[in-house]
Design a binder for this molecule. Structure first.
Ligand code: DX5
Ligand code: ZN
Length: 228
């Protein structure tokens, strides 16, 4: 059976006055996880939210949580998110000279570790660590805001990394996540590029308030693409 690409919803454009309602209307067991974008106003211009909100979401949610750390000091933040029980930590390679220590801290705590790469960063920046990663998050927008248009060239990085792994005979399973500008009309592109999961923010949290219907529709659409 072909594996079905899963959605990781990003709440960046949700209605924050109704967090619980928003979370519950979107959540279903077929989702990959919540993709929670942590922005510090330094690594990216905007400030989003921190551990308190993540903890609250965890308390009402039944699916895993990954935190996408868009912060200049991941060393100081990783342990704090591990302590509140998130399932996966995503760190930007642009924010850290050597992620080895954070990878081992995360794995020692039985959590997953991912590296994110910005559109202008080449895959060579992360290949050294590939064998230790659970996921690569390929940024298809410049990080910082929801609702941007996808930079489709970045999708080629998935193939580049897969080619590298084949050449180096690295056989560990790794997820390829596409983050930024994923919409109904580019799902096919993401899937054929080799995505294992896709972050969807404004495609879900938009003017159509029937969130449940939107998510089910997108999941069906993905199923159709993957089964063909
Ligand atoms: C961008 C964030 C994304 C963003 C996705 O900095 O990392 O996760 O929230 O939102 P959309 O799907 O609207 O591009
Ligand atoms: Zn993100």
């Amino acid at each position: 059976m072909k594996s079905i690409v899963k959605i990781a919803p990003s709440i960046l454009t949700m209605d924050y006055l109704q967090i619980e309602k928003e979370i519950k209307s979107v959540e279903n067991p077929e989702l990959a996880c919540w993709h929670l974008d942590i922005m510090d106003g330094n690594f990216v211009p905007q400030i989003s939210f921190g551990q308190d909100i993540v903890e609250k979401i965890k308390s009402i949610s039944n699916i895993p949580i990954e935190v996408h750390l868009m912060v200049v000091n991941p060393h100081e933040q990783v342990q704090k998110f591990i302590d509140i029980g998130v399932d996966k930590i995503i760190v930007h390679i642009e924010a850290i000279a050597d992620p080895s220590e954070l990878i081992s801290i995360t794995h020692k705590n039985n959590k997953e570790f991912a590296l994110a790469i910005n559109p202008e960063t080449s895959v060579e920046a992360i290949t050294k660590y590939i064998g230790e990663l659970n996921q690569v998050t390929v940024m298809t927008v410049h990080p910082g805001f929801g609702g941007q248009k996808m930079i489709t060239n970045s999708l080629e990085k998935i193939k580049e990394i897969k080619d590298f792994m084949r050449k180096k005979k690295i056989e560990i399973p790794i997820n390829f996540q596409v983050d930024g500008g994923v919409k109904e009309d580019n799902l096919e592109l993401c899937i054929s590029a080799g995505a294992s999961n896709v972050v969807m923010g404004s495609a879900i949290f938009n003017d159509d308030l029937d969130r449940q219907n939107t998510v089910h529709y997108l999941q069906e659409k993905i199923r159709g693409i993957c089964e063909n």
